[in-house]
Every structure is written in structure tokens, then in C-alpha cells.
Design a protein around this ligand. Structure first.
Ligand code: SF4
Length: 477
């Protein structure tokens, strides 16, 4: 025999108030208190103060509560949130039985992009107040999030040229058929009529015009265009090329909370280190900060920028040397002697400074050995007939100092993955938020702010007791 529920017609003595259904330490009560503690007007929410005349609007605090609750529970679309307002007791409690329609819900997210970003920041500041940040080490990483733009609707020069050539070939075929049609007294069985051929040609010409128009609009830099979401770009991901945004995050090592985030549409991370590190340092309010990132961030200029701003970066270098690839001595086999301004080669000979060139206003110094022709190690060192040359960038001393730090602090390098991959793993898998629902950089930025807020909130609810959280928002400021 199975367990049986009660007959549906039976009268029940259910609690009379919605309040009675929500546990006294339910996370939803903290969410409510957190939003209640915010100065919504100062954060930029419209209608934070209702006008005395006209139809009363929804309180932005209620719609904000609904969105934070939704992002916390894998409910991100406005239609899903609309449904929850009628069937989910926690939402009914949170919104005090209000039932905004999906358009009102969607408009709220669309109209408050900056305010949502500020709200996410407010929660980060609350984490800071609760001393949840270690303030010593931050790991920076980027991950690709799918945009609302299929691969078919992303075009580059090659794809457009192929499409246009394909259309031209098809028009040519139809024109030949049209000629045949004109010459034959009786149309061939199953052949298209003259009228049908004309229509097909007109349709193809229209499409050809559209592709040519797209070709004229190709992005100056990376020569691509996305037609559904023009800010999204084709990027390489683990699942192959996808139209994406690149989400950058700076994660504090103590509790793996996200300190700062940003959505960019650059396919690589190489320019992102100093921007993210400075954003994290500003939020933490510290004078000095260590940041660790993977090889994809390695870039002389950003390391210099970090160092000038009280940030100590830790990154390994990818050996891109053509010589290493050929099995010859790469630059890492040469030691720089700053005192004598020479490089020492594996044959213990000095490569002395010869001349400089300037590329993008940066000095590149050239050092050259002597007597390579007669060196016993020449076969392992260089294929050139001339003496071996090594170049040195203006700020290479900073990179050498960083290489030494990386060598001496294996623990920091090992911790990187564990720190930074936790948030992205949780966001993409547990929260199912590895793709965007909104378009354009500002829209996806607002969406990411809600996602980051929900992730941090999830973490904090596991770290801090309910009572302490309520106390923290009650004495906010
Ligand atoms: S080939 Fe030249 S640079 Fe290379 S090890 Fe010999 S002397 Fe040094």
C-alpha cells in the first residue's frame, strides 16, 4: 500500500497568514531585509518615491526582491518570475501577494542596468563590513558566457564572401533556366515557371544585398558582425567557437567571494589584469594587494600598470619562443646581469647591448653574442649563421621579478584554480546561468550583476549565521 494524500475536497486548518508559512530563519527574510536596508533612490532606481497623483507604480524594492530571489533560484526570465508570483509561497510572502506581469518585470531589469550594478556593489560592501574578505590575495579569471546570438547569425568577411558567391552561382543557374524557359515553346515537366524563376532571383538578389550591407558594416578590429546582439563576438570556448561575452571576475581567496566583475566583449584576457585588479583593490580599500592569474593574462604593460598601483601580480609565462619550439635554447636559458647590462648564454659568454628600436613608444633593446660560429653549443642554440641576438623590453625587470615570485610562492599558484574556478563552476552549473538572456553590453552587465549578487548571497548564507546577517543589515552604514 502506498502513502495516500488527503482527499482534495477535504477542508484543512491551514495557517491563516502567509507569514506563518515562512520559517523565522528563512534566507528569504534576509533577502527582504537586505533590500529594505538599501537607499533605492541613491542607487538610481526610478519611482523609489511614489508620486502623489496618478496610478501608483510598483515599488522598485519589490521588483528588486523578485529578481534577486529569481537569480538565486534559477528563475531568470520575466515570464517564469511572473508565474512564481502566483504559485510560490516565498515569492508571495516576499511581494506581499503583489503580482506584476512579465512586461513590468522585464522593463524593470531593462530600465535599471546601472542601479543593478550598484546593488551588487552594495552587497559586496556588506561582505566587506562582515569581514568576509581576506584582503590579501585575489584570483582573477575570465569565462565565456553564451550570448543571445546563434553562430549562424555571426558573420565575418570569409563567411559573407562565401554566402555572396553561393547566391551569385544560384542566380546564374536560375538565369540559365530562365533563358531555356524563354526558348522552349512548352515548359519541361517539373520545371519552374518563368514567374517562379523571377521571384526566386528577386529573393536571392535581396538576400545578396543584405549580405553586402553586412559586409560594409564589419567591425573595424576583428572584422565580424553579430546581427541579433551586435556587441557579442565569436570566441573560442571548450565547446568550440560560440558567440559569447567574456566575463571577468576577481575573487577573494578567504571565502571565494566575488569582489569585482566586468563583462567585456574581447575574446582574450590579455588586457584585463590591471582593470580587474584595480577594481578589486578599490572595493577592498587596501594599499597593497596580491593578484594571481593564469598565463592568458601575461602582458608586460598590464604588469607594469599593476606594480605602479600597489598591486603585486603572480602569473606564469607561456614560452612562445620559436627557438624553444624548434628544440633550441629559448630566452629562458639566458640570464640577465643587470649590474653589467649583459645576458649570459648557456656557453657562459656575454651578450652585450648593441642598439635599441622603439615599437609602440616602447624601447626594445638588442643584445648580441660574439664567437657563436666556433661555439660547441651552436647546434642547440641557433640556426642563424650570425651571432645569437636576444631582445629585452623596457620593463622586463618587472617580469623577471614576477618570475622569481612565482618560483618562490608555489602555494599561491596552486591555490589559483581552487579560488577562481569555484564561482564560475557554481554560476554555470548549480545556478544554470552560463548564458545571457539580455542583449548588448549594458544589458548583459546588469544580468551579470544579479548573477554575481546571487552567487555572493548564496555563499554568505552558508558562511554567516542568519542572526548575524540580519543584525548587519539592521545597523547598515
Ligand atoms: S651559440 Fe653563441 S649564444 Fe649560443 S651558447 Fe654558443 S656562444 Fe652562447
Amino acid at each position: 500500500m502506498h502513502l495516500c494524500g488527503l482527499p482534495r475536497e477535504q477542508k484543512l486548518l491551514l495557517p491563516e497568514a502567509v507569514e506563518d508559512y515562512i520559517a523565522t530563519d528563512s534566507p528569504v527574510r534576509f533577502l527582504d531585509a537586505f533590500v529594505g536596508s538599501l537607499d533605492l533612490r541613491a542607487l538610481g532606481f526610478a519611482k523609489a518615491v511614489a508620486a502623489s497623483t496618478g496610478r501608483p507604480p510598483y515599488d522598485p524594492g519589490d521588483l528588486l526582491r523578485l529578481y534577486i530571489y529569481g537569480y538565486l533560484h534559477r528563475l531568470r526570465s520575466s515570464r517564469l518570475l511572473e508565474k512564481e508570483c502566483t504559485r510560490n509561497l516565498e515569492v508571495i510572502w516576499l511581494l506581499r501577494t503583489l503580482k506584476p506581469d512579465f512586461k513590468t518585470i522585464a522593463d524593470f531589469r531593462r530600465d535599471h542596468k546601472k542601479a543593478l550594478l550598484q546593488t551588487c556593489r552594495e552587497f559586496t560592501l556588506l561582505c566587506k563590513k562582515l569581514q568576509l574578505f581576506g584582503n590579501e590575495l585575489v584570483a582573477i579569471d575570465g569565462s565565456k558566457f553564451k550570448a543571445v546570438n546563434s553562430k549562424d547569425r555571426n558573420y565575418n568577411e570569409k563567411k559573407l564572401s562565401e554566402l555572396i558567391a553561393g547566391i551569385e552561382a544560384r542566380i546564374k543557374t536560375y538565369l540559365t533556366e530562365l533563358d531555356d524557359c524563354d526558348q522552349l515553346a512548352e515548359p519541361l515537366p517539373n520545371a519552374l515557371t518563368r514567374q517562379q524563376l523571377m521571384e526566386k532571383i528577386a529573393e536571392l538578389k535581396e538576400r545578396q544585398g543584405d549580405y553586402e550591407e553586412l559586409r560594409s558594416q564589419l567591425d573595424e578590429e576583428d572584422k565580424q558582425i553579430s546581427t541579433t546582439d551586435p556587441d557579442a563576438k565569436l570566441m573560442h570556448t571548450r565547446d568550440g567557437a560560440q558567440v559569447c561575452y567574456n566575463v571577468q571576475s576577481a575573487v577573494d581567496a578567504k571565502h571565494k567571494l566575488i569582489v569585482a566583475h566586468e563583462v567585456v566583449n574581447e575574446a582574450t584576457d590579455v588586457q584585463q589584469l590591471s582593470t580587474m585588479a584595480r577594481a578589486a583593490k578599490e572595493v577592498l580599500g587596501v594599499c597593497q594587494l596580491n593578484v594571481v592569474a593564469d598565463k592568458g593574462y601575461y602582458n608586460n604593460a598590464t604588469v607594469q600598470h599593476c606594480t605602479e598601483n600597489g598591486i603585486t601580480p603572480y602569473m606564469e609565462k607561456t614560452d612562445t619562443s620559436a627557438n624553444t619550439k624548434r628544440g633550441l635554447y629559448g630566452k629562458s636559458k639566458f640570464t640577465f646581469d643587470a649590474h653589467k647590462d649583459v645576458y649570459l648564454c648557456p656557453g657562459e659568454k656575454a651578450l652585450t647591448y648593441r642598439f635599441s628600436t622603439f615599437e609602440k613608444k616602447r624601447e626594445l633593446r638588442y643584445y648580441r653574442a660574439t664567437g657563436c660560429k666556433t661555439c660547441a653549443l651552436k647546434k642547440q642554440c641557433t640556426r642563424n649563421k650570425a651571432n645569437r641576438t636576444i631582445t629585452r623590453e623596457e620593463n622586463e625587470a618587472l617580469m623577471e621579478a614576477m618570475a622569481q615570485r612565482v618560483k618562490n610562492n608555489g602555494q599561491i599558484m596552486k591555490s589559483r584554480k581552487a579560488i577562481v574556478e569555484h564561482p564560475f563552476g557554481t554560476i554555470k552549473r548549480a545556478m544554470n546561468a552560463g548564458y545571457f538572456l539580455c542583449k548588448r553590453l549594458a544589458g548583459v552587465g546588469a544580468e551579470m550583476s544579479l548573477t554575481v549578487l546571487a552567487y555572493n548571497l548564496k555563499r554568505v548564507l552558508n558562511i554567516v549565521s542568519f542572526d548575524d546577517l540580519i543584525k548587519a543589515v539592521a545597523v547598515k552604514g
